[in-house]
Design a protein around this ligand. Sequence first.
Ligand code: HEC
Length: 324
Amino acid sequence: MINNRSITTQFTIVFVVALLLVVGSFFLVLDSVYRTELKSQAETVADNVDAFGTWVSQYGRVWVRDNDKSFLGQVTLVNAPDAAGTGASAPADVWHFYSKNPALAQREFSEVVEKSNSSAKFRVTSHNYMNPVNKPDAFEVRALDRIRANHLAEYYETTPDNFRFARTLYVKASCLPCHASAENAPADVKTRYGTERGFGFREGEVAGIISVRLPARSFWKVATDVVGPLQIALLVSGFLVAVLFIQFAVVRPIKRVTRAAERISVGQQADLGAAGLSRSSANEMHQLILATERLRASLGLAMQRLIRKPAPPAPGGPPRSSTE
Ligand code: HEC
């Protein structure tokens, strides 16, 4: 029974419980601040990826020279000197141009970032991906499932090492030329990506996601980083200060009053230490000592009166009749 424990033991238990509650609430607050911060970082990354895609899509495709690493279409430009009207027969300049659509450019962007020092990584993926390189991983499959089943605009999870975030991409009318049906898709799309995957989308449907990955340390890693010997020492000092206070302000005075009360109860002299105390003290312990002191004084007076008065008639004496 906790009720029968000493005040110091009870106080220790209360201290530990209160500490756990404070630490718990502190953790919840920190955790939500941390997550909100991670989420807004991930949103910023997704915004940038989206903006980059928009930049490409305002031109339909972007064209780059002499880089056939990955591309959708290709044109060759020949700058014939005759056409310039010089008449000279200098050798013609030949340029090969390769086109990149938004998603392809975003993939190349993500590959560059993947190799960079940036801690935030991203990619664009889909449940119905055109390029097998963009195949979703386990988190992305889960995100796509949840997003499509529950019509979510975003989805996120914290894994032991990462914060994973997915922003939904919807099919717009401008996507349909390439993603609606394989038959109607541009020839270069069919040649490079086949006719099997990445088609059959309708306007308004979920096209895929921008998937962002941020490093996020687990609670225990953060806690062990934040809590060191100094923090523990301060906590223990705080506990000791509180225990000392309880000892000197409550436990010892109570023990003194108890001892004094025991002595008074058997008629012995007892000093409660009330001499220096003020009657107007707000300290409850002082008031208890003063009240006990008054109790002791009035007990003493009552005893003196009892001793001076003659003894009352013995209970066994002749009864007085009221009819006399
Ligand atoms: C010019 C044709 C074209 C248009 C228009 C187009 N896409 Fe794509 N899309 C592609 C190609 C090609 C890929 C594969 C890129 C790669 O190699 O990573 C692709 C890839 C994607 C991917 C990544 C997953 C996958 O399929 O590999 C998503 C998501 C996507 N497109 C969504 C869209 C959306 C949304 C729009 C409209 C806003 C759109 N696309 C417009 C051709 C197109």
